[in-house]
Design a binder for this molecule. Structure first.
Ligand code: FAD
Ligand code: MLT
Ligand code: ZN
Length: 563
């Protein structure tokens, strides 16, 4: 098996060289210009594959904007002080909210215990600042409940006192949803991190909302299952945060949305009512399926305290290819072919442009381009996961060979072991980390028709010229572009060139201005680019019904004007 694997990789690398020199060769034509030995090798290889696959052989200082205090940026590393503003990102403090007093603190201590009522400056500073260090609140209080009952008591009290709160998970959100805008009380769910049960017959995990995604996946792996979602922030983000943002991520193409995988939720409403919807049934058509209201509501309708989730079986074989394509059309065609030829084993299809790769390789330690010979315009990661090692490997190799013959792929390499695979993934998952090292990053997360998806990157690049580096990458298999615009520092002039253009463009192409990151603070008043006014009005009615005092995550998700 090992010999076969090595041979196939050599072949892949070898064919890729040939393909570069013969890129115009029509699909399926013979590989001209090769030595006889090479031809013979390919013939033998194809015969071998046919035997394996008999039928389907494929060949972030405070800042005032228009009189309003907005969130800020202050990089603790001290390299760069920068401020960021957007028409979408300032908010006027709602004067109907109370401010904390000493009896509030006494009450919270009585229900949570002293150590779970945090007023320490350093810890508050971290909890007030988002992952990108772009949004910073000024909360004076961080609460760490351990049980649903404690969450219920906190919310009952805050609602009666009209104290605004921000539910917080791992604080890895990218739209300013997880941190206070002003002095809202932060309710962090980290202490609710127990696994409650795993139904091994049906693959259903029930756990508390504060469980870290990676911990859940590690636990499941040891039991023969996996989480149906995976993302670069897995080491910090919590399942409750994932549910509340309806996170997409790297396995979406295979296992779909959390709306499909979440079977049940326990949620605490703004007035402290505990909604037990923690079912574990696959099918349940008794009335409105209310859990869906909370999936993706970004902490604006309730606090998720428990989750039950469908977990797929852990499959035996995983293969990962790191590929280069010369143009975006080839990436699209490759996706089209991958869906057909790899079918049921396809588990990820991610793409990055050359700027994204340069960014990662230039700013993260210990990484190099797996395809060092030349720089290509696009790179694609294709992962397959299946239950038959030799079949799955052969299937991917055959697909890649065919794709090279068709000149869709210009070069490629298949990971030979777990360490190589994790390096390939590190390159893709490291883009967000690398992008915040450069200076300012204007981050957009768009859903677009795949054919149009890269046009916005090129248009934006032309629009901004030399003042910015425009980077495109994302979950191509799901039609999800991450458009990152990098500049030395934030500037209102640059922002005015980006917005509202980016939103108008997306809307014009019937895309969504938030594919998977949510609206948070950043895009709360941009929702109309993707939703009709009637829809937004209904959302506002739901918000007012469930949270009449608007204490949950104020200034986020919906425009203030509709509430
Ligand atoms: P937080 O950031 O703490 O909160 C996010 C939102 O959910 C906030 O509005 C908060 O109020 C609310 N919230 C959190 N917990 C609860 C709760 N228990 N009840 C109610 N509301 C709650 N996102 C993707 O979709 N796909 C990706 O591939 C992806 N990759 C990422 C990679 C990196 C390196 C980083 C930094 C982020 C990435 N994200 C991605 C964004 C982010 O990780 C996700 O949105 C994640 O789901 C947030 O989880 P969290 O626990 O950190 O939530
Ligand atoms: C990703 O896919 O890497 C994420 O959603 C995070 C990001 O875009 O920064
Ligand atoms: Zn993403």
């Amino acid at each position: 098996m090992e010999r076969y694997r090595r041979a196939s990789q050599i072949l892949l690398r070898y064919v890729s060289c040939e393909t570069r020199s013969l890129s115009k060769r029509p699909c399926g034509s013979s590989i001209a210009g090769q030595s006889r030995i090479q031809e013979q090798f390919i013939r033998e290889y194809n015969t071998k594959l046919r035997n394996v696959l008999p039928h389907s052989m494929p060949r972030v200082c405070t800042r005032t904007v228009q009189g309003s205090r907005i969130f800020c940026l202050d990089r603790p590393c001290g390299i760069q002080g920068r401020s960021y503003s957007s028409a979408a990102t300032y908010a006027q403090r709602n004067p109907s909210y109370s401010t904390l007093n000493s009896s509030d603190i006494t009450y919270f201590r009585s229900i949570l215990g002293d150590k779970n009522v945090v007023q320490d400056e350093d810890r508050l500073s971290a909890a007030n600042t988002d992952w990108m260090r772009k949004y910073k609140g000024s909360s004076q209080l961080l609460l760490l409940p351990k049980t649903t009952e404690e969450v219920s008591k906190i919310l009952f009290y805050c609602n009666s006192r009209r104290l605004a709160v921000v539910p917080q998970g791992g604080n890895t959100g990218l739209v300013g949803g997880s941190v206070p805008v002003f002095n809202e009380v932060i309710i962090n769910m980290a202490s609710m991190d127990k696994i409650i049960s795993l139904d091994k017959v049906n693959g259903i995990l029930t756990c508390e909302a504060g469980c870290i995604l990676e911990n859940l996946n590690n636990y499941l792996t040891s039991e023969g299952f996996i989480m149906p979602l995976d993302l670069g922030a897995k080491g910090s983000c919590q399942i409750g945060g994932n549910v509340s943002t309806n996170a997409g991520g790297l396995r979406f193409i295979r296992y779909g949305s959390l709306h499909g995988n979440i079977l049940g939720l326990e949620v605490v409403l703004a007035n402290g009512t505990v909604l037990d919807m923690l079912g574990t049934l696959r099918k349940d058509n008794t009335g409105y399926d209310l859990k869906h209201l909370f999936i993706g509501s970004e902490g604006s309708l309730g606090i998720v305290t428990k989750v039950s989730i469908l977990t797929p079986a852990k499959l035996l074989s995983t293969n990962l290819a790191f590929l280069a394509c010369n143009d975006y059309l080839s990436c699209q065609k490759l996706l089209f072919e991958a869906k057909r030829e790899l079918g049921e084993v396809l588990s990820a299809f991610e793409f990055m442009d050359s700027h994204a790769i340069d960014l990662v390789l230039g700013h993260l330690e210990g990484l190099r381009n797996p395809l060092p010979t030349s720089s290509y315009k696009f790179y694609v990661l294709i992962e397959t996961t299946g239950s038959d090692e030799s079949y799955d490997k052969a299937k991917l190799e055959a697909f890649l060979l065919h794709s090279m013959e068709c000149a869709l792929v210009s070069d490629g390499v298949i990971a030979q072991d777990i360490s190589q695979a994790s390096t390939f993934w590190r390159i893709r998952e490291g883009i967000s980390e690398a992008s915040v090292k450069l200076g300012a990053v204007y981050k957009y997360d768009l859903s677009l028709p795949v054919e149009k998806l890269y046009d916005i990157v090129e248009e934006m690049s032309q629009r901004l010229g030399d003042v910015a580096k425009v980077v495109g990458y994302g979950h191509l298999g799901d039609g999800n572009l991450h458009l990152n615009i990098l500049t030395a520092e934030y500037s209102d002039d640059i922002l005015a060139k980006i917005e509202p253009f980016v939103y108008e463009w997306t809307s014009m192409h019937r895309g969504s201005i938030s594919a998977e990151h949510g609206l948070g603070l950043m895009k709360a008043d941009k929702i109309h680019y993707s939703k009709s006014s009637e829809t937004v009005q209904l959302m506002a009615s739901i918000k007012k019904l469930l949270d009449p005092n608007c204490i949950l995550n104020p200034y986020k998700v919906l425009p203030q004007s509709v509430l």
